[in-house]
Design a protein around this ligand. Sequence first.
Ligand SMILES: *[C@@H]1O[C@H](CO)[C@@H](O)[C@H](O)[C@H]1NC(C)=O
Ligand SMILES: *[C@@H]1O[C@H](CO)[C@@H](O)[C@H](O)[C@H]1NC(C)=O
Ligand SMILES: *[C@@H]1O[C@H](CO)[C@@H](O)[C@H](O)[C@H]1NC(C)=O
Ligand SMILES: *[C@@H]1O[C@H](CO)[C@@H](O)[C@H](O)[C@H]1NC(C)=O
Length: 158
Amino acid sequence: MRRNMTLSVVLVLMTFTEGITAIHHVTCPAEPIQAREDDNVTLQCRLVPPVDLRRYILDFTRADLQYKVVHTYQDGRDLSYPQMDQYRNRTTLIHEDLIQGTMTLKIYSVQMSDSGRYECYVPDLTAYCTLCLTVVRKDQDNRTNTTTIEPEKPGKCL
Ligand SMILES: *[C@@H]1O[C@H](CO)[C@@H](O)[C@H](O)[C@H]1NC(C)=O
Ligand SMILES: *[C@@H]1O[C@H](CO)[C@@H](O)[C@H](O)[C@H]1NC(C)=O
Ligand SMILES: *[C@@H]1O[C@H](CO)[C@@H](O)[C@H](O)[C@H]1NC(C)=O
Ligand SMILES: *[C@@H]1O[C@H](CO)[C@@H](O)[C@H](O)[C@H]1NC(C)=O
């Protein structure tokens, strides 16, 4: 008897949770993230409303390169095999941030080829967003005497 009641409560809660997931979305920075060659950059996407993401599959991909994998996380672990060679050993997903519903990906020593459009994706919540990373040459600042960094290939990320 008591067991049946518990089961009912669990079923009701599951239905409720399902209803909630439909309204989740991920937010990305609206402005391009700008960096210089060899900088370490941080890409950050937030789930709204926040959910503990530690149990979810999480993907960072290159939206401009047929959604090839930059970093992927599953069953509480980072998976290296689907990752593009370009990003091998250069990415870290900050696991502590997942508890607050934030996907923080560090990319170390960025290169020009890292410029592009990235997607954060939470398949189970059908939630995704895209953001732009623009990497400029290290020596560009000296020559172009400007405070704003010009994208190497304008429009690449629109
Ligand atoms: C990038 O991170 C690495 C490893 O933490 C560190 O050794 C390096 O100094 C950092 N580079 C910059 C430009 O901050
Ligand atoms: C990445 O790190 C692993 C383990 O340290 C190493 O065996 C592998 O050669 C590295 N790969 C690249 C592309 O640097
Ligand atoms: C740019 O400035 C830095 C720091 O002043 C200097 O070390 C570097 O050699 C300069 N690069 C060029 C291409 O002039
Ligand atoms: C930038 O340009 C201004 C005016 O042309 C010049 O006075 C200044 O010295 C330049 N700064 C650098 C860092 O080259």
